[in-house]
Design a protein around this ligand. Structure first.
Ligand code: NCD
Length: 337
């Protein structure tokens, strides 16, 4: 018997997880408390063992994931699809929306109302901030109208808003590589204005006492003020630095991101900030010995390839962790933990 928590059956807003993942949309990192994170990471580690021993399992046999991508993706799309298949489920992909009714002018909410009727869980990536919440609300009303169980919607990135599953895999990677998150000195580098991964990650770090954040961004791409205020209010020490060099010996986790070209109105302003920072083997040689270098990928020159084989480079492993964390999320929201 699957037991849905009262809040997702009655409350149209985004429901907190609070230990019950069944049927929950994953829209924002605000939904998680520390217990949810610890629990998710322990299931993710179990998923890794499944992959390494049997390759797959059948706990989601008969379940179907609809992947709906209105923006480019490699990792989020592939890792969700493969995660679903490793759990015995199936996937329907709508990645080239130009081949769907969207090209005829169909709205996002119409599209997801239908897809939620066909499938058991959806992943959505869309260029507009707030689109995931709007899509989830439409699905909830449709499910209520049809008297069916809630079909969870997982936010795979809503414009410059959030990318919650990326932040979960980022924190999981920090825990795996550093053994803890508490007390670490973490630098977020790059387009902190438009980068949804850093917006979600910074919010999640509020659950770990003693984290010190250093923000390094081109002048025109700072972290939004209200987010910085919010971080400080929750007790996180936040400072800014002009360059990597300035703090090179002070940081345990370097989280590097690309300038989000697609969010710029014109090529000239993008060009003016592109390539403003880069991590080379020489930079790494001056970092703390146990420092790690992360990146949500894709990179477009912020980390040179010569870094790839250094022990500090964890960005490819980070992307692989995404599959384990997404396996755990899919199993959780479909009630199979
Ligand atoms: C990120 C995204 O889409 O926000 N990619 C990803 O999911 N790993 C980062 C980016 O595109 O820069």
């Amino acid at each position: 018997m699957l037991t849905y928590s009262e809040d997702i059956l009655t409350n149209p807003d985004i429901a907190p997880i609070r230990g019950n993942w069944l049927g929950k949309d994953i829209i924002s990192v605000e939904q998680f408390d520390r217990h949810d994170l610890d629990e998710l990471f322990s299931v993710s580690a179990r998923m890794k063992r499944i992959k390494e021993t049997n390759g797959s399992t059948d706990i989601l046999r008969g379940k179907i994931l609809a992947n709906l991508f209105y923006e480019a993706s490699t990792r989020t799309d592939a890792s969700f699809s493969i995660a679903m298949k490793r759990l015995g489920g199936e996937v329907h992909n709508i990645v080239g929306v130009q081949f769907s009714s969207v090209s005829k002018g169909e709205t996002l909410t119409d599209t997801v109302r239908i897809l939620s009727g066909y499938s058991d869980v959806l992943v959505l990536r869309h260029p507009q901030q707030g689109s995931a919440a709007a899509a989830a609300a439409a699905i909830h009303s449709q499910c209520r109208l049809m008297g069916s169980n809630p079909v969870p919607l997982l936010n795979g990135g809503d414009g410059i808003g959030e990318h919650p599953t990326q932040a979960l895999l980022d924190v999981y990677t920090i825990v795996q590589k550093c053994g803890r998150v508490e007390g670490l000195s973490i630098a977020l580098i790059g387009d902190l204005k438009h980068g949804r991964t850093v917006h979600s990650l910074a919010r999640l770090l509020r659950h770990y006492p003693g984290v010190r954040l250093t923000l390094i961004a081109p002048e025109m791409l700072p972290m939004p003020d209200e987010l910085v205020d919010d971080l400080r209010e929750s007790g996180i020490e936040v400072r800014t630095a002009e360059s990597i060099e300035e703090v090179v010996r002070d940081i345990d986790v370097w989280y590097v991101t690309r300038v989000q070209k697609e969010r710029f109105a014109d090529e000239a302003s993008y060009k003016s900030v592109q390539g403003s920072y880069s991590v080379t083997a020489e930079t790494v040689s001056r970092m703390r010995e146990k420092a790690i270098v992360m990146h949500p990928l894709p990179r477009v020159g912020e980390i040179s390839e010569e870094v790839d084989n250094l022990p500090q480079a964890v960005y490819f492993e980070q992307a692989v962790n995404g599959m384990y964390v997404r396996m755990a999320i899919l199993a959780g929201v479909l009630g199979r933990w």
